[in-house]
Design a protein around this ligand. Structure first.
Ligand code: PEP
Ligand code: MG
Length: 590
């Protein structure tokens, strides 16, 4: 047994066999083989080659039927290339002599082929170089998929272990199969972490050399509450784990008792508690009565799960399902926010030195306007079936809001000419997640119906700390007084404007922060499904007057330590009250 301390990014407890995901699925990985693994690796290579040859054979027959034998011929040539004993022997030798994995060995072969062909003269010869390496690229793809297929086909639930906490690592398997996620590297506010929390999957990151210490199927205990990971736990640890699991479910049952009632403070003010969702499947993960609506639908994940852009019709159906499921509650649909670590496999953006400061969110969709127009059409059509609101990500300036507004109006006009009915009033709001917005906030609030604060990005841009960069993750500090004061200033502007304001970044999921935010003037908070009931509990145990006092006192202090201390006090009070509610020593709820 080995106990390793990491960093918790998503709470909860999980115990089960580990499955090591070796690499990001979109990049060919290189790893060193142990001596006992070489033969199995050669076997894995041969199986992948055989699979590609089979697929090529099937495609050859189909193409021959559809367009003729001659055009199908190239697929026959590709099969022959993969059967070439010389090339296969080279890859085999690279695996055995250099002790590297099959993907890396095939890449070496491709490099050699390109080099040899590149030295020859003439365009047709160089074209041939591309042709002879193509089937080998298919072998790399088959090798990388085989890792996923083996585990996808296997029965049962597993703990996913990966080098990095990427969205791919978290979504590697359908979520009901994922007990927990552990990774060597990853930021607490990266999109991978956001997903883990949103799926309610315990997750611990920051464990150097983790993968080297794991074997497939080794039992692993993940404590997402304290950031501890136990490899091959003994019986006593398993016993303690079972006990804590039971305590957690008692706590959850106590919270669930009043979770469908509204969050009203002790002095009668209502705070809307909304849910953040990433996909239509998330609808199955929680009792809808627990939320007052969807505060953030991150639509990019609908796009990321696919191989081509979803059509207007598909999007319309998805948004409509969401709206129908929410019945009379509203749904805030955020337009596509790709870029950075949220990449679409079928839309390659250029490599950037500073992706967080690069081509992201509205910057992409204002350039590729068809993406925005199709999405807006789908959202507008869904608006007939329930209340939808549109939220714009990564807004930096008034000009961007104006540009989207114009597209919005044109789209509505176009739909009406085409005979579609659209709800007369679709509120439009912007994310406040880039600091420039703070200095044009009054004007922005004049132009929009609501704002939603994305603290995940706001923190990274205010503090100049990349939310995905593990080297600076200790500097990513949501409790920095600058962050608190920025939130306070947004709250002030919102109050002046009389508009509605939400916080949908991860910070809002902390019960003490949630109360502080309510005190600052935010009328709604949007959090992952798991945090809904605890937030409602906290709001019901507080007066708005106290929440305002808390907000003022936290805004007044000037160090991270003092901010933490103030919020810790509040959190501790809720913890004690929660214990009282659980043990029945106090009334179950306010
Ligand atoms: C945020 O930035 O806080 C946010 C809610 O958006 P995302 O995490 O998707 O960037
Ligand atoms: Mg954001």
């Amino acid at each position: 047994m080995a106990l390793i301390q990491g960093l918790s990014v998503s709470p909860g407890l999980g115990l089960g066999p580990v499955h090591v995901v070796r690499a990001r699925l979109d990049a060919a990985p290189t790893w060193t083989l142990r001596s006992g693994e070489v033969n199995a690796e050669v076997q894995r290579l041969n199986e992948a080659i055989a699979r590609v040859i089979d697929v090529l054979g099937v495609r050859q027959t189909e193409v021959a039927k559809a367009v003729g034998e001659q055009d199908a011929g190239i697929l026959g040539v590709h099969q022959m290339i993969l059967q070439d004993p010389g090339a296969r022997e080279q890859v085999d030798r690279t695996i055995r002599e250099e002790r590297i994995n099959a993907e890396a060995a095939v890449e070496r072969l491709i490099d050699r082929l390109k080099e040899t062909m590149g030295r020859l003269e003439g365009d047709s010869v160089r074209g041939y170089a591309a042709d002879i390496s193509e089937p080998w690229h298919a072998v790399i793809a088959a090798l990388m998929r085989s890792d996923q297929e083996t585990i996808t086909q296997a029965e049962g639930r597993v703990v996913i272990a990966a080098a990095e906490l990427t969205p791919e690592a978290v979504t590697f398997l359908p979520r009901h199969r994922v007990i927990a996620v552990v990774t060597e590297a990853g930021g607490r506010f990266s999109h991978g972490a956001v997903l883990a929390r949103s799926f309610g999957v315990p997750c611990v990151v920051g464990i150097p050399n983790l993968l080297a210490r794991l074997e497939q199927n080794m039992p692993v205990l993940v404590d997402g509450d304290n950031g501890a990971v136990t490899l091959a736990p003994d019986e006593a640890s398993e016993g303690e784990f079972e006990l804590r699991l039971a305590q957690r479910s008692v706590r959850e049952a106590a919270l669930a008792l009043h979770a469908t009632e509204p969050a009203v403070t002790l002095d009668g003010e209502t705070v809307s508690v909304l849910v953040n969702l990433e996909s239509v499947r998330d609808l199955e993960m929680f009792e809808h009565g627990r939320c007052d609506g969807v505060g953030l639908l991150r639509t990019e994940f609908l796009y990321m799960e696919r191989t081509v852009f979803p059509s207007e019709e598909e999007q319309y159906r998805l948004y409509r399902r969401m709206v129908d499921a929410m019945e009379d509650r509203y749904v805030v649909i955020r337009t596509l926010d790709i870029g950075g670590d949220k990449q679409l496999p079928y839309f390659k953006t250029p490599r950037e030195n500073n992706p967080a400061l690069g081509w992201r969110g509205i910057r992409i969709t204002l350039e590729w306007q068809d993406l925005l127009r199709v999405q807006l059409r789908a959202i507008m059509r869904a608006s007939l079936h329930g209340e939808v609101r549109v939220l714009l990500p990564m807004i930096t300036s008034l000009e961007e809001v104006r540009a989207v507004r114009a597209i919005f109006d044109e789209t509505r006009q176009q739909l009406s000419v085409q005979g579609y009915d659209v709800a007369p009033d679709i509120p439009v709001g912007v994310m406040i997640e880039i600091p420039s917005m703070l200095w044009v906030l009054d004007e922005v609030l004049d132009m929009v119906d609501f704002v939603s604060v994305g603290t995940n990005d706001l923190v990274q841009y205010l503090l100049a700390v990349d939310r995905d960069n593990v080297f600076v993750s200790s500097l990513y500090e949501p409790f920095h007084p600058a962050v608190i004061r920025a939130l306070g200033a947004i709250g002030d502007a919102v109050r002046r404007s009389g508009k509605s304001a939400c916080v949908c970044g991860e910070m809002a999921g902390d019960e003490a922060v949630a109360v502080m935010l309510a005190g600052m003037g935010f009328d709604s908070l949007s959090v992952a499904p798991n945090f809904l009931s605890v937030l409602k509990f906290a709001v019901r145990r507080t007066t708005m007057a106290d929440a305002r006092l808390l907000a003022d006192s936290v805004r007044a202090v000037s160090t991270i330590e003092e901010v933490r201390a103030r919020l810790d006090e509040v959190r501790e009070r809720f913890r004690v009250e929660m214990q009282g509610a659980v043990s029945g020593a106090a009334p179950a709820d306010g």
